[in-house]
Unconditional design. Sequence first.
Length: 569
Amino acid sequence: MIGMLTDGPTETPASSEKAPSNFIRDIIIQDIQNGKNNGRVHTRFPPEPNGYLHIGHAKSICLNFGLAKDFGGKCNLRFDDTNPSKEETEYVDSIIKDVRWLGFDWEDRIFYASDYFEQLFQWAVQLIQQGQAYVCDLTAEQVRETRGTTTEPGVESPYRNRSIEENLDLFHRMRAGEFPDGSRTLRSKIDMASPNFNMRDPVMYRILRAEHHRTGNDWLIYPMYDYAHGECDSIEGITHSICTLEFEDHRPLYDWYVASLGIHRPQQIEFDRLNITNTMLSKRKLLMLVQKGFVSGWDDPRMPTLSGIRRRGYTPEAIRNFCGSIGVSKSNGVIELALLEHHIREDLNKRARRVMAVIDPIKVVIDNYPDGQTEEHMAPNHPDAPEMGSRAVPFSKVLYIERDDFREVPPPKYHRLFPGQEVRLRYAYFIKCVSVEKDENGEVTVVHCTYDPASRGGDSPDGRKVKSTIHWVSAEHALDFEARLYESLLLEDAPQSEDLATQINPNSLVVRPDAKIEPCVKGVEANTHFQFERVGYFNVDSDSTDEKLVCNRTVQLRDAWAKIEKKAK
């Protein structure tokens, strides 16, 4: 397994030194120039398969795979699967899918900590033989009670000075299943007075009878994450072990293990984790959302999981651009959600076909349009990409427009349709409201208009101007679809609480089951992107069938971040 260290030297690609600098990149450049690791650059992305990846993980994925690519190196995908009570094959499969979706390839380098269980056990035996580990009979609660405080040292375990022979015997019997779960642990013998709590004789192994998703019931003891992680990096020949800042205090322990064992020492480098305003990025709480039914599953489009945002319509290109724009640092901060949405819009604006769709329809009857007549108006599929072609939009006597585009009594500065007002129908004609129909409750149900046949194409031959252009669909030709309108899952001022019910935005999902759309979208595949003109960017959901089209609102058209940047300039 250590043979992976024999990779030859790697030359620094010229482009890597010209890429946007950050402190990790600078460290790697310096290491290469100094001949460290024979010039190799080998990183890894090491998720625990105890949940689905979220947008926060995307930063680490892009960083680890991106640095390896920039410096002509390698990046492994490794699952740190040391806790079978929380890990599932479903999570492994989802992680593989998500990393591939983001556009990264580990070639043949997919590994698991469980691949190394025997080697990790033998190294634990080595530490016992060196007098650096011992079997402890204290319960988990007793271990916590004897760790000490920030001002007081911990209390040594009464089992700390067992003989090497007794420790070896007990450890092998732990593996053989002679003792009940939780009755004994293997602990490192370091320093109970260390100011770093991680160095106060941390637990290395615990007894745990739980079926592992890969090794089944072969093992009755499992290594702790802090013990296994550094050794796995060493086995794989990792040169730069890049992790988030919460592991900074764990680095001395990481180094202690590999130094005590006399094996290859990767260099751990910590960077700031991704935090986004109004976004929950706790894997534990995300699991609670799923288990308690606040969302439909890990891929609910309101979830910040990569599977959720993929279903919502986010693109991997936009996520990579976002991660590249925020950089890396040595201090944690919070990124505005508006910046992420800005990158989504920027990408979708280039790729999304334009169509007209009416989310909350109200009927418009054009009184002077011939009964039974149908005509077509040509519209570009993208205003800035003629290569994407155009489409024919059917027009008839009865149309649908957005309910918000009509007011019987208009508020001040309202320039859309109201009695006596003339507006432009996009790609079609000028129309003027002449009357309305109402139901028994006084609600407007039908808007009657007249049209100007001379304004075909949206221009008046006499040069008169209108102050508003609205979108529409022909009632006779439109397809019915379900529009799912998503907002942030969390309330703006959500309290920091374990009571998730107090944090959920009740308007995080609004369903419009009777929306209408142009017929040109009939038969489109799931995950097709559109810009619904004047409405927002939408994505065809996987719930769609031949009989029922379902579209998720990916992001609204309004770009708050672009306005912020404009003001800053």
